[in-house]
Design a protein around this ligand. Structure first.
Ligand code: SAM
Length: 429
């Protein structure tokens, strides 16, 4: 493969004797890695090798056809680059947390953050200004079914203007030139230009400035990209955070030796994942903590806006510390812990939808909090499963108005009485 000249020159200078191995790795197909859902997927792939920096990261021996796997449709795992799973190491230990993922779509890191929050550990705002990508985000978070999130679509500058110092964790997984994705999508290398790196860098500085404003005293700012360009990584962070007495760099003390640690101007630590050294695609990660305030302010009293006034639980056998509220035709849910951390004034948002037009929505079938024994359940044959995925009717004599469709032990949706079962369209992985 011929890499763009300016890229090759920069990487050669940076990697020295490792440049050959880096080039060879970029020309090889990537490994397939997944992250298991903490409840729905905990027993899956016991034979797969682990990802050392994430307890539920797994390296698969070969790439399955995910679109035909019941476990994938059930949200029992998320197909994610191993390198991206490292974001977890910079989360604070205390709970509950109010977290914002500013560039969240399609949801890989948001699902990881939800694992860490669970049902009692706080609220995640999963934000992305791109409406098309946000549709994929909504689908992936609904499939993951840990209802501690709200999806929003604001520019980070809007957040910064309205919610100064409001978040314990701010993740900026910034839009970037994507050099680390070339072996997954080789055509990206052919459209790469140095000007694009500069354009991305300028945009990232603007986003970083907003991200920084959002962090509460004592909170963490986690910055990541999937590019090797220093202009988009350490140079940006040096410029914004260096010599600011409000911030301390965070260090990944026991990082695996294959992950390259750098120090940059201003005292920060950055972590590069190169494909010739680690599993996973190219990635950069760095984190800082804002100086804690001498005493924690009492949280402002919060009255739920009409859009989030609690309503009665829909008639589903659901267990767990959940709050339900009406959004138009839909009853959605949020954990009590997340509900307590809501911010005033967020009106345009989407939570996990549970109930719509007198019946459970697709996402409800995938909730671990749904107590299966009380529900009529229909195990689908292989043929019925493929029919279901093709959105063709599955003919079954249902005893109730609806029943949970299960394949190979994994709940994958509903069968409704009196009309064909049409699950939501599925994304391919
Ligand atoms: N965090 C995601 C994950 O783990 O699945 C991947 C995020 S991707 C690297 C970058 C995202 O930045 C895209 O979804 C894109 O829509 C979003 N983005 C583009 N412009 C943005 C902006 N001005 N502010 C915030 N996010 C933006």
């Amino acid at each position: 493969m011929n890499w763009p000249e300016a890229f090759a020159a920069r990487m050669q200078a940076r990697l020295g004797p490792e440049w050959e191995a880096f080039q060879e790795a970029l020309a090889k197909p990537p490994r397939t890695t997944i992250r298991l859902h903490p409840e729905k997927g905990k027993h899956l792939y016991p034979e797969a090798s682990p990802v050392s920096w994430h307890p539920r990261g797994r390296v698969l021996a070969e790439r399955p056809n995910f679109a035909l796997e019941p476990a994938w449709h059930a949200g029992a795992y998320y197909v994610q680059e191993a390198s991206s799973m490292s974001v977890r190491v910079f989360l604070p230990e205390r709970r509950p947390l109010r977290v914002i993922d500013l560039s969240a779509a399609p949801g890989g890191k948001s699902t990881l953050l939800l694992d860490e929050l669970g049902l009692t550990g706080g609220l995640l705002i999963a934000n992305d200004p791109d409406s098309h990508r946000r549709a994929a985000l909504a689908e992936n978070l609904a499939r993951w079914a840990i209802p501690a999130y709200l999806i929003t679509g604001r520019d980070p500058a809007w957040w910064a203007e309205h919610y100064t110092s409001a978040f314990d964790v701010v993740l900026l997984d910034a839009p970037c030139s994507g050099e680390g994705l070339w072996r997954k999508t080789p055509s990206l290398s052919q459209t790469w230009r140095p000007e694009e790196v500069h354009f991305c860098s300028r945009r990232q500085r603007r986003l970083l400035s907003a991200a920084k404003t959002l962090v509460a005293p004592g909170g963490h700012l986690i910055y990541s990209t999937c590019t090797f360009a220093p202009e988009e990584n350490e140079d940006n962070l040096s410029a914004f955070l260096a010599e600011d007495p409000e911030w301390f760099p965070l260090r990944w003390a026991d990082h695996p030796p294959q992950v390259v640690e750098i120090s940059y101007a201003g005292g920060g630590w950055g972590y590069y994942f190169y494909p010739h050294r680690t599993i996973g695609e190219g990635f950069f990660l760095s984190a800082w903590q804002k100086k804690p305030a001498p005493a924690r302010r009492a949280p402002a009293k919060y009255k739920a806006p009409p859009a989030l006034r609690p309503v009665k639980r829909p008639p589903l056998p659901i267990e767990g510390p959940l709050v339900f509220f009406q959004q138009g035709e839909t009853i959605s849910t949020l954990t009590e812990s997340a509900y307590r951390l809501l911010l005033p004034g967020i009106e345009k948002m989407e939570a996990l939808p549970l109930w719509r037009h007198h019946k459970p929505s697709h996402a409800a079938a995938l909730l671990p909090a749904l107590v299966g024994e009380e529900l009529p359940t229909y195990e689908l044959s292989a043929e019925e499963f493929y029919q279901y995925l093709r959105r063709q009717p599955v003919e079954r004599a249902l005893t109730d108005a609806y029943g949970r469709a299960v394949r190979a032990g994994f709940p994958i949706g509903w069968l409704y009485k009196g009309r064909p079962s049409l699950p939501r369209p599925y994304l391919s992985s």
